[in-house]
Unconditional design. Sequence first.
Length: 470
Amino acid sequence: MQVKGAMVARLTRKKAANMHIIIVGCGKVGHTLTEQLVREGHDVTVVDTNERVIADMADTYDILGLCGNGASHRVLMEAGLQTADLVIAVTGSDELNLLCCTIAKKGGNDLAAIARVRNPDYSEELGYLRRQLGLSMIINPEMEAAREIARLLSRPQALAVNAFAKGHAELVRFKVPADSILNGRRIQQLESILRFGYLVCAVERDGSVCIPDGSYTLRSGDEITILASARDMHRVFESIGMRSNAVHSCMIIGGGKSSYYLARQLLEQKLEVKIIESNSVRCNELSALLPEALVICGDGSDEQLLREAGIETIESFVPLTGLDEENILLTLYAKRMSGLKTITKINRIAFNDVIEGLDLGSVVNPKYITSEAIIAYVRARQNSIGSNVESLYHMFDNRVEVIEFHIERDAPVVGVPLMALKMKDSLRIACINRGGKIIFPRGQDTIEPEDTVIVVTTHAGLRDISDILR
């Protein structure tokens, strides 16, 4: 059964679609991907077995929907497999996603395929599966979320931490405390405090976001984002009087896939890990899989149990239950403990304004992590003039983009001093990675072939380094 949105609107779009993309599976990730890809002008077709969901998405996003099994060759052909550039399979079944991509690769015309695979049994084999099945990407949202949480625990004062330039540079967002040395200082005055390479990329104040120049004056309560080399980032916090040491212990509530991936990473980093899980069978499984962790069988929302488990002495607290509401309430309770680093996983974004007003600290959203990795791939696959998108990160509710470009020899910006480039407003060349050396460029510096360049901008949809020019 096909469900069509407002077809007249589709035909009268001002901007032509760039790629034809088939998304199989209309859950949280499918919705997020569809929203972002339609916003960027792509021609999206969604496939799902739930007729009501398909109808809702067709009407909401003005796209073509198809009700059926996405692993069926016939259904994929009806969805336009012969003209598709990319198939993304994000159903709830790993095996179905892999089968869907395999069938699409066999029946399509030189298309790319991306599968979501979440089962820990496959976590050590993702590279093998990708190569053997000829897939462009296999992504595991829970594993990627666990990596982001582990980075946050290494920078306890940060609200968000993202790695760029193959881990050589870090983008860190934090709130300026009332007693901070930053309060009342212009950005150009920070050089007397931060005596190493850095860039203040963006500032959010009272709901407004800007990419500041040197005359911008910081205030307490501002959320600022700073880019620095990974080895210097701890000096950023030390220089402004904020604790920069990584935590040494963590309490995780819930024993699902995300908890397993996170605990495994933290144990490899020699952290003390406690997991509270209510299902006794799952507790036994986790105890066998993670013998170095302390697994406690009980209700993670029981205040008495949390105290007995040591919440008052633990250094970090991460609720990873399947319920956003429970995660939020647990975080609000844990934040009453002095000096405790909290990270909240949220899968849905209902009542976003309310959530932002709760002061939850760091928030991690697996579907957005997955979506951004796929969007970065889509932009990289499109025709580029001298560059390729390596990574992509959205900040401040999609109002700021951070894009990493790999520079080819024929890029129009190569060899030109930055001061001579006529760049768009609200855009910064944040840094240049040249063979592992992080350069925070000045006007006389140039971009060279094989560099990777990190751009921060409020302009949406940059796909090529040439897009930074007016």
